[in-house]
Design a protein around this ligand. Structure first.
Ligand code: HEC
Length: 648
């Protein structure tokens, strides 16, 4: 799926036969779409391997000739190439910081397995895995520690149920925002921080107890003073934090998930790790959606990058099954697990002789939605990875929050099996060949007139759906864009009352001729009515790419609402505030421009994806930079506040 492993990975042109043979879920006939696409789509670019989609700065290690290659084959491959459950795939290890790998081998969990390696060989293995010369890897000194008043937590600022993990409508009420619509045009940069040794910044910042908490690529979690940017504590774990941080108002714990599929709890006041739970035995499992707190449990969504592994024509695809786990927030112990697809069983062999296992996949990319009224948890799933596609891909589920028992499930797109083999045009691609229409964004549970409620869901098909939370019945469907592997709704929508803000990422070069339609291209922000799906407005501000490499004007990141205003960051690095009544742009800034950081360095943002902004007491906090899967690198945390009014 491309929402979370998201991105512009140019698709290889599909053969005409495959194009018409595939099942396509769409309101526009496939033939008409294909004709439109042929007329308007830019010529496809070819990619040879998934590595081609990783933008890099500086020198790269050639894996074929690196001395670490042979060391890895000799000392690591027997476990890490699928031999041992829980051993992360090389794909994931390549996304770790080089020093995190070396410390895992030196005094971490891999100490025994790497006992035969010299310090130099450990560096060589890390260089091979990360493709980064160790000499060019420079972790920066830690940011300044707070002292005096700025070191104090504000215990009266108890975290409210807003934002991912507490409330997926991502609405910040006036008293917490501390910012008015009239002040938004005067927003200016207050301070910036550059995450060390990072080319992406995708953990959603949050503020609780007067402290800004955010995770980062090298596995550091920061507790900043939101006013000055000094730190109250920092804690470094091993792997990238991809989710938002969730603050538990009662126990003062912080919860989040990491790249290697571990859920963590820290003490919010000290940063001390309390527990850590590996949520899946699968080598490619990861946590992308934010764990959600409700009813005394922590609901953790499990996704995976096996979709990438699957592109290897020798790989037995696939064994991962999406799920949501309920953990005891006090201990991290598993209470229940609800699977989406599977279990996978033998389904024969590919033409090249690799085993096919299915049904598989249907990962859960986004934060589950807890419903206190019915004690249910709602979540969406992505595509199957292998044939046969089943009824659990691209679906929405309601499960009992106490037991995980399924109450209902509603499939939005049938017959969707896809993996990166389809993008490379190889034999690993399942016969369904997509369309990879994940239900990628969290479901919004919205109160309507009377006692009614509706679940609003966004999909990579470019559609928004209104679903009855009690029965799972579809009440309405609204097409806002053409969707595609890199199209439609990605990380998250927001709502102000009944008005839902739906970001669309339709890319000009989606290269999926089955869905590409310039007329339907809905890139930008849409406001719709939660009761009916009726569209109030559509805003598609100017494209800021101007020939920049890895740039696209779509909105992949989650958006955030406050009274009268919606904030949205684009893949081209533009960060904008829209008038929620009209869609007019109230304010905008280019986050790719170099900025001076609080510790005197120069940093810059890049593509904005994954998480969205946080708004708290007159400040707007946002991350910029997404140097992965063909997007623009960057590594900054940016903090904005209104400048004082100019004298009349
Ligand atoms: C005997 C099997 C085995 C061998 C051999 C092995 N690993 Fe691991 N490795 C694992 C397992 C299992 C885990 C997951 C441990 C966990 O999550 O508790 C892991 C985790 C890791 C991690 C993540 C570390 C962390 O703190 O989460 C890294 C990095 C790693 N291995 C690198 C290597 C390298 C490099 C080698 C070769 C020098 C190697 N491993 C050899 C089984 C193995």
């Amino acid at each position: 799926m491309m929402a979370a492993l998201t991105g512009r990975i140019p698709l290889i042109a599909l053969s005409v036969a495959a194009l018409f043979a595939s099942a396509v879920h769409s309101q526009v006939p496939a033939k008409a779409q294909a004709a439109a696409a042929a007329a308007t789509a830019p010529p496809p670019k070819r990619i040879k391997s998934f590595d081609d989609t990783m933008p890099s700065s500086g020198a790269r290690i050639d894996p074929a000739t690196a001395p670490g290659n042979a060391l890895f084959q000799q000392h690591c491959a027997m476990c890490h190439l699928g031999g041992v459950p829980k051993a992360p795939s090389p794909n994931f290890m390549g996304m770790l910081a080089p020093d995190a790998i070396i410390s895992a081998l030196t005094d971490g969990v891999m100490k025994a397995q790497a006992a035969a390696l010299t310090p130099k060989q450990k560096i060589e293995v890390a260089e091979y895995l990360t493709r980064t010369p160790y000499a060019s890897y420079k972790p920066a000194p830690p940011p300044a520690q707070c002292s005096g008043a700025s070191a104090q937590f504000d215990m009266a600022d108890v975290p409210q149920p807003i934002g991912w993990g507490r409330d997926n409508s991502r609405f910040v009420p006036a008293q917490i925002a501390g910012l008015t619509k009239a002040e938004v045009p005067r927003l200016a940069l207050k301070w910036a921080f550059a995450y060390p040794a990072a080319n992406r910044a995708r953990s959603q910042p949050i503020v609780a107890w007067g402290t800004l908490f955010v995770g980062s690529q090298d596995g550091t979690i920061y507790a900043f003073d939101p006013e000055t940017g000094c730190t109250r504590w920092t804690t470094r774990l091993v792997a990238e934090v991809r989710t938002a941080i969730v603050a538990d108002p009662v126990t003062k714990r912080l919860y989040f998930g990491d790249l290697l599929g571990r859920a963590h709890a820290l003490d919010a006041m000290t940063g001390k790790p309390l527990w850590s739970t590996k949520v899946s035995d699968h080598a490619s499992a990861t946590i992308t959606g934010t764990p959600a707190l409700g009813g005394g449990l922590l609901y953790v969504p499990v996704s995976s990058l096996e979709v990438v592994e699957a592109s290897d024509t020798k790989y037995a695809c696939c064994t991962f099954r999406g799920s949501v786990l309920a953990l005891d927030p006090a201990t991290g112990a598993e209470v229940w697990r609800a699977y989406t697809a599977g279990p996978p069983t033998d389904q024969g062999k590919t033409r090249q002789g690799a085993r096919i296992l299915g049904p598989s996949g249907a990962p859960v990319w986004s934060s589950p939605t807890y419903d206190a009224r019915t004690q249910r948890v709602y979540f969406g799933s992505g595509e199957n990875y292998s044939s046969p596609a089943d009824e659990n891909s691209d679906a929405v589920f309601a499960v009992d929050a106490r037991t995980g028992t399924r109450v209902w499930s509603t499939q939005l797109t049938p017959h969707d099996a896809w993996n990166v083999g389809c993008m490379l045009g190889n034999d690993s691609c399942p016969k369904e060949n997509g369309p990879d229409f994940d239900v990628a964004a969290s479901a919004l549970l919205i109160p309507l007139a009377g006692d009614q409620r509706i679940l609003v869901v966004g999909q990579k098909s470019g559609e928004a759906w209104g679903i009855d939370p009690d029965t799972g019945k579809i009440r309405w469907n609204q097409r806002l864009g053409h969707g595609g592997t890199q199209g439609g709704v990605h990380f998250g929508m927001a709502a102000e009352g009944q008005r839902v803000f739906v970001p669309i990422n339709d890319m000009a070069d989606t290269h999926d001729a089955r869905v590409y339609d310039a007329k339907l291209r809905g890139t930008g922000l849409h406001a719709i009515d939660a009761a009916t799906g009726h569209e109030f407005w559509y805003a598609n501000p100017a494209d800021n790419c101007a020939g920049k490499q890895f740039c696209d004007p779509g909105i992949s990141a989650a958006v955030t609402a406050m009274p009268g205003v919606v904030f949205a960051g684009n893949l081209d690095g533009m960060f904008r505030a829209y008038d929620s009544e009209t869609g007019a742009v109230l304010w905008q800034t280019d986050t790719t421009r170099p900025v001076k950081t609080i510790d005197g360095r120069i940093g810059n943002g890049g593509s904005m994806s994954g998480s969205g902004p946080a708004v708290w007491k007159g400040r707007v906090f946002v991350n910029s930079g997404y140097g992965i899967y063909s997007h623009m690198a960057g590594n900054v945390l940016l903090v904005y506040g209104p400048q004082s009014k100019p004298a009349p």
